[in-house]
Design a protein around this ligand. Structure first.
Ligand code: PRP
Ligand code: URA
Length: 210
């Protein structure tokens, strides 16, 4: 079964609280999301394998450790997932970036597909799917299915900011092989399938749309 990792580091929780506040404008919201993404990236890469290398310090020769050839890809779910890419790239500057475009139908709350562009060699990479909001879980689950069916990805992690229990359950049911990283698990979904208390519409708050 997939593991749920709740990253409850005080720095992450403090920044997330600022993001939740309705008075926080787009500029601050974007900056906070970038900062949290970098901090979460630290946890999501915690188990990357290391290999020994021989180096020479100014004092002597020694054996030290480097990340072993592990390749990464970041795949944001458009639009809101884009807000998590910059922070991750600061930590993982050589990661390739793919894009999957999905939006939720306002009535049915089901994801509607509109775009997919992925790195050719993504199958050989550990893939971090990003989306700040995991509500019903439909968008994340469909994006992961696409990565598996279209590109045969086998090493996928999902990174979200705020999740509803319903979304976590759906992704775990559909993709038991995918670990989920979140900064908070909120109470529930409301009748419009928005997360409560949540932070509102993440895409609109990042990009200043309505
Ligand atoms: C939001 C969010 C997720 C999705 C979550 O995107 O960024 O992709 O909803 O909901 P789900 O778990 O119920 O599928 P939205 O459809 O609003 O598109 P946007 O990012 O372009 O604003
Ligand atoms: N999408 C959002 O942006 N926010 C929610 O609470 C649910 C879906």
């Amino acid at each position: 079964m997939s593991q749920l990792h709740v990253i409850n580091h005080p720095m992450v929780q403090h920044k997330l609280t600022k993001m939740r506040e309705k008075e926080t404008g787009s500029k601050d919201f974007r900056e906070l999301l970038k900062e949290i993404s970098l901090l979460m990236g630290y946890e999501i890469t915690r188990d990357l394998p290391l290999e020994e290398v021989q180096i020479e310090t100014p004092i002597c020769k020694t054996t030290a450790h480097c990340i072993s050839g592990k390749k990464l890809a970041i795949v944001p779910i458009l639009r809101a997932g884009l807000g998590m890419v910059e922070g991750l790239l600061e930590l993982l500057p050589v990661a390739k970036v793919g894009h999957i475009g999905l939006y939720r139908n306002e009535i049915t709350h089901k994801p509607v597909f509109y775009y997919c562009k992925l790195p050719d060699d993504i199958q050989q990479r550990m893939v971090i799917v990003t989306d700040p909001m995991l509500a019903t879980g439909g968008s994340a689950s469909d994006a992961i299915t696409m990565l598996k069916e279209k590109s045969h990805c086998t090493n996928i992690r999902l990174m979200c900011l705020v999740a509803a229990p319903e979304g976590i359950e759906k992704v775990r049911q559909d993709h038991p092989d995918v670990d989920i990283y979140v900064a908070a698990v909120d109470e529930r979904l409301n009748d419009d399938a928005y997360i409560v208390p949540g932070l509102g519409d993440a895409g609109d708050r990042i990009f200043g749309t309505k």
